[in-house]
Design a protein around this ligand. Structure first.
Ligand code: DGL
Length: 268
């Protein structure tokens, strides 16, 4: 079985890990949350690039067979550099699903909620350029949302209030599709539904990311043994026990089927 490293600025990448456990439960995982430094989304490009590479080097030193950069912000700012520095293992990134959103939107009006660093990145803007100009994208930075989610307040009144403000321009433009362009935001689904109702189509790319991981593992001849459930080691730069309990609270997967460990790692 493969050892797969998954990292995010915090708990957002758990939305990707959850999908990975659904599709590929037999592998072993290290989930690395850099919660001490979250949020990344309002930091400089240079800082995000250097820190993301540092964390991937750490995962590689733990003998990971593949790494998932489960963070749109880190992917946007750093993935090319990470791939060139760690060319011996597959590095899978995550990008806002603006392409499927453009295809699925019947009105051609799409909201994109992502971090400021993702929205201003060259990578995101280059992807945007490839899409038909007939589709209108309303881009909105979700400032302040990640710290609320990190502190377990995905459904609090404060989060609802802030989210309502961020969603207003998207709602006013008449968008029928909303891209969840940050891996923390799938944990806001309930709050978004409360504010926008059931008719808006929510796009998150975790399924596509995990399918890509699966293809890369097949390439490495890591044949699945679907009978087994692998181990998960939760590593946090801030509070490993809090990370474990947030995982149990936020993820749909039955974590009791996996061997769990957790670890505080302050010196990465
Ligand atoms: N979860 C991250 C993303 O997908 C980063 C959020 C943050 O730290 O600002 O963009």
């Amino acid at each position: 079985m493969a050892l797969i490293g998954v990292f995010d600025s915090g708990i957002g990448g758990l939305s990707i890990l959850d999908e990975a456990l659904r599709q590929l439960p037999e592998h072993n995982y290290i989930y690395l949350a850099d919660s001490l430094h979250a949020p990344y989304g309002e930091r400089s490009s240079e800082w995000i690039a250097a820190r993301s590479l540092e964390l991937c080097r750490y995962l590689s030193s733990q003998a990971c067979d593949a790494i998932v950069v489960a963070c749109n912000t880190a992917t946007a700012q750093a993935i090319a550099h990470i791939r060139s520095e760690l060319s011996n293992i597959p590095i899978i990134g995550v990008e806002p699903g603006i392409k499927p959103a453009a295809l699925q939107s019947s009105k051609g009006i799409v909201g994109v909620l992502a971090t400021e660093a993702t929205l201003k990145s060259d990578k995101f803007n280059a992807l945007l350029e490839t899409l038909p100009s007939s589709c209108q994208f309303i881009k909105q930075a979700g400032a302040g949302l990640v710290p609320l989610i990190e502190s377990g307040q995905a459904n609090s009144e404060e989060t609802l209030g802030l989210l309502a403000k961020h969603l207003e321009p998207i709602q006013d433009a008449g968008a029928d599709t909303l891209v969840l362009g940050c891996t923390h935001y799938p944990f806001l689904r309930k709050a978004i539904r409360k504010l926008l109702g059931d008719s808006i189509n929510l796009i998150d790319t975790s399924d596509a990311v995990v399918r890509q991981l699966k293809r890369k593992l097949e390439h490495l001849n890591q044949a699945p043994d679907r009978q087994q459930h692998g181990s998960i080691t939760f590593i946090s730069s801030k509070d490993a026990q809090a990370l474990l309990s947030m995982s149990q609270e936020l993820m749909q997967s039955d974590l009791s089927r996996h061997t769990l460990a957790w670890q505080l790692e302050c010196n990465i």
